[in-house]
Design a protein around this ligand. Structure first.
Ligand SMILES: C[S@@+](CC[C@H](N)C(=O)[O-])C[C@H]1O[C@@H](n2cnc3c(N)ncnc32)[C@H](O)[C@@H]1O
Length: 411
């Protein structure tokens, strides 16, 4: 998507403002009711135009749709907040924003600059955690959303929304403060035109501002892409990868005053937080032959470079020096760091032989996992499907350099 023109931006701001009036609130309530009734867009817009006027109908319908999308993440707050599609996509999870805010403020900072506030997820979490927040954004729509959302959620007295360029503010930072605040949150935009920007120098603000903020404002936290190269992490800065339900949802760099370790993997499972840390690079885990159990480390453990800590804990070795699968004699009972599979068969990867072996075990349904192999899991699972009533997990990987299939958890 191209950048909106100044006229489009001004029109969006005008529409958002109209929705914060009593008439706007009534239009939003009506749009939400039509959406809940399952009325399709064309019919809903026709009815809304007749009932609330042409000016409010479209914007109210748009926001009602965004609120519906936001509910899974924002719960009851979603129905009081305003989002555009872009800002909802960029918004972090509020429970993680709250955790970040609490950690950032634990050292006593009471004012925080949120540098790039978008719809205000971080601003609101910081204000709820007790800080006074200077919410900064270059985008007038983001500022409008943050102001409206702070008001709607009852924290407006602690939030100041201002226009500003984070690049300039960080360049002017002095004495451990930025924009007069003793702490900062920076969450650079890492997408443009609907695409991920893989090069941190192209983020907005760019990597140079990230590095400068971490160097100048020790009470700071920066959200970065989970794929960030470890070599970019400055000395004295803790890097943390957070996963929820087995997928990485954010990566953070903590300024010197709030860094507590070298790397941290935070794994959230069933709403519980588990943290694994290392004060220095623990190096790679040793490799060894496949044993009775295979363990797949959580991606936060892998990305944070802490697989060898888990290996030591489980008495496990890598199946291959270049592959993050572990193997040991026993299951990893209760470990939040890995998912474990009982290994029933190990064979060099060969489709025909694998099929025959599964038939022999009466296996008809297969889940395929892979690491270090070019196979396409869904395609292979289809090819391996058979008449048997049993099930199995087939792991395709390299073992000591050789393409190998591990048939696991045969039932
Ligand atoms: C990824 S979003 C922030 C999301 C927010 N932390 C949340 O969780 O909802 C990045 C924001 O930074 C803003 N931005 C980009 N470059 C900026 C700059 N140089 N100065 C200030 N804001 C900037 C964008 O307009 C966008 O609203």
């Amino acid at each position: 998507m191209d950048r909106p023109s100044e006229e489009q931006t001004a029109e969006t701001v005008r529409q958002l403002r109209a929705l914060t009036t009593p008439e706007g609130a009534a239009a939003l309530a009506r749009a939400a009711a039509l959406l809940a009734e399952g009325v399709d867009a064309v019919a809903a817009l026709t009815r809304l135009r007749a009932e609330v006027g042409t000016d409010l109908a479209g914007p109210a319908w748009g926001i009602a749709r965004q609120r519906q999308n936001a509910r899974a993440t924002f719960g009851a707050d979603a129905d009081r907040m305003l989002f555009t599609g872009d800002t909802l996509e960029q918004a972090g999870r509020p429970e993680l924003a709250a955790r970040r805010a609490a950690r950032l403020l634990a050292g006593g900072a009471d004012s925080v600059a949120d540098l790039g506030c978008a719809a205000g997820t971080d601003t609101i979490a910081l204000a709820r955690a007790g800080a006074r927040v200077l919410a900064v954004d270059v985008d007038p729509v983001a500022r409008e959303l943050t102001a409206a959302n702070a008001e709607a959620l009852g924290v407006a007295d602690d939030v100041w929304v201002v226009a500003g360029d984070a690049v300039e503010l960080v360049a002017a930072a002095r004495g451990g403060e930025v924009a007069g605040c003793g702490a900062a949150v920076l969450d650079p935009a890492r997408r443009a035109g609907g695409r991920r920007l893989l090069d941190p120098d192209r983020w907005s603000p760019p990597w140079s501002t990230v590095a400068e903020l971490l160097a100048k404002v020790p009470t700071s936290v920066v959200k970065v892409a989970p794929g960030l190269d470890h070599d970019r992490v400055p000395d004295g800065v803790e890097a943390e990868w957070v996963s929820v339900g087995g997928s990485i949802v954010e990566a953070l760099l903590w300024g010197g005053a709030v860094s507590a370790t070298w790397r941290r993997a935070t794994v959230v499972r069933d709403g519980e937080f588990h943290e694994l840390t290392a004060d220095a690079d623990p190096g790679p885990a040793p490799a060894g032959p496949v044993r009775a159990w295979l363990h797949e480390p959580d991606p936060a453990v892998i990305r944070s470079g802490l697989v060898s800590l888990v290996a030591a804990d489980l008495g496990a070795t890598l199946v291959d020096p270049t592959i993050a699968y572990l193997t040991s004699d026993g299951p990893a009972v209760g470990s939040p760091w890995v998912s474990s599979y009982r290994v029933d068969e190990v064979l060099p990867f060969n489709l025909k032989k694998l099929k025959a072996l599964l038939r022999g075990h009466g296996v008809g349904r297969v889940v395929v996992k892979k690491r270090g192999s070019a196979i396409e899991p869904e395609t292979l699972a289809r090819q391996l499907r058979g008449p048997g009533s049993g099930a199995a997990t087939v792991v395709v990987t390299r073992v000591d350099g050789a393409p190998t299939a591990l048939v696991c958890d045969v039932t």
